[in-house]
Write a protein that binds this ligand. Structure first.
Ligand code: SAM
Length: 405
């Protein structure tokens, strides 16, 4: 770390932690135990460290009682949803402000407090011994390696990322070090004039945090925009790419309502549905995402064909009398029973979309909505294989693909 001096995380009127601290031969802590000393483990002779004065002021600054009014450490720790058995890595632990609180909520787990400043590691090590925490390890890390233990279930990185210069590479390492399925909680100061936090030039805006994390491979899992007055609080998941190649879970974002309660008699495509009306009830949480949709004449609606018969590789589609490969048809018995329809959008009323050309069963779980864009989606005179010679003219379904048949 090279920037603590310039960071208002150091108090404006308090000394900053040193850039490259001098290392006198004497130690203010000659009584420190030689056994299990994290600095000795890291190949550093604790006796070679400078006395604590300057670092102690920085520690006092991080631990100052009024910090809790806006840092809300207990609320932050509670928001992490720990059950008590996890291994939590506090990267850039500083004075151990969060490490000690985390240690209390994971009595059957471990907290690994990681920092690049030997004095901070020494402080945490001593504090843990004094406070008789048996589940805290202090680990000295190099500047370019978060050094997260593989077994970590959760990583907390609070007010640290803006200190890290090569943050893309640092986060990429964090991603590789973390096990699939683990989480990373990131706290950084918001932009704008605030009574706390680093100078504006050092801050990373929320959009920058999201981009950095996404580029490293993390996926945003949750956000607590209102919890901390001065800081952005984001929780990311370290996705399990292998597992993801086996199973993906989507949650419905709403429900489709129509006059059709069974497949038999339902239009087989929106184009055959005339002005059959219906509406989409979107989960109100997603209502802000409807902004500007009203300008669209038509929308793509993607949904879960919840009453589809099980997968069939070959099907006789409604528009023909012979078998075709399932993927050459729009028939419902698909390995992933996802339906798509282009519906005419009549009105957007809050979280309710009124539509026409309805070909979807009442109560169908909604997966997604996208605009129908003629420039993208209407390709004139495209070849459509067997559809171009389809032998039947049925415009409504029968029960052949109904799971209840
Ligand atoms: C503002 S303090 C935050 C300490 C603690 N997370 C808290 O909120 O109280 C920043 C800490 O990040 C550490 N740090 C800076 N760069 C780091 C890096 N590359 N890896 C690990 N820690 C780093 C510093 O040594 C310092 O202790």
């Amino acid at each position: 770390m090279t920037q603590l001096g310039g960071c208002k995380s150091s108090p404006a009127n308090a000394p900053a932690a040193p850039v490259s601290p001098p290392r006198p031969a004497h130690s203010a802590h000659s009584s420190q135990p030689p056994i299990d000393c994290p600095l000795r483990k890291a190949g550093i002779d604790p006796g070679s460290l400078k006395p604590f004065e300057e670092t102690q002021k920085y520690i006092d600054f991080l631990e100052r009682p009024d910090r809790a009014t806006w840092q809300k450490p207990d609320e932050v720790v509670a928001a992490l949803g720990l059950t008590g058995t996890e291994t939590v890595a506090d990267v850039g632990a500083g004075s151990g402000y969060f490490s000690s609180r985390l240690a209390r909520v994971v009595p059957k787990g471990r907290v690994v407090a990681i920092d690049v400043e030997p004095e901070m590691i020494r402080h945490i090590h001593h504090k843990s011994m004094e406070e008789q925490f048996t589940n805290v390890d202090a680990v000295l890390a190099p500047l370019d390696d978060p050094s997260i233990p593989r077994e970590s279930d959760l990583v907390l990185i609070c007010d640290v990322l803006h200190h890290v210069e090569a943050r893309e590479a640092w986060l990429a390492k964090a991603f590789r070090e973390l096990k699939p399925g683990s989480r990373l909680a990131l706290i950084e100061f918001k932009e704008g004039t605030l009574p706390e936090g680093p100078p504006e030039r050092m801050k990373i805006p929320r959009s920058g945090l999201l981009r950095l994390m996404q580029d490293a491979g993390f996926v945003l899992q949750s956000e607590r925009p209102d919890l901390l007055p001065y800081q952005t609080f984001l929780v990311f998941a370290r996705p399990d790419r292998e597992a993801q190649m086996k199973e993906i879970t989507y949650r419905p974002i709403g429900v489709v309502h129509s006059e059709f309660v069974k497949q038999e008699g339902t239009p087989i495509q929106s184009v055959f549905a005339g002005n059959a009306k219906g509406y989409i009830e979107l989960d109100p949480a997603y209502a802000p995402a409807l902004k500007d949709l009203e300008g669209m004449e038509r929308i793509w609606v993607l949904y879960h064909l919840d009453r589809a018969a099980p997968y069939q590789p070959l099907v006789v589609p409604y528009l023909d009398d012979s078998k075709h490969g399932l993927f050459a048809t729009r028939s419902p018995p698909r390995p992933n029973p996802i339906g798509i329809s282009v519906l005419r959008l009549i009105a957007v009323k809050g979280n309710r979309l009124e539509v026409e050309g309805m070909d979807i069963l009442d109560g169908t779980p909604l997966l997604d909505i996208k605009p129908y864009v003629p420039q993208f989606d209407a390709v004139e005179a495209s070849r459509a294989g067997w559809f171009d010679h389809a032998k039947k003219k049925d415009h409504a379904a029968d029960a052949r693909f109904d799971s209840n048949r």
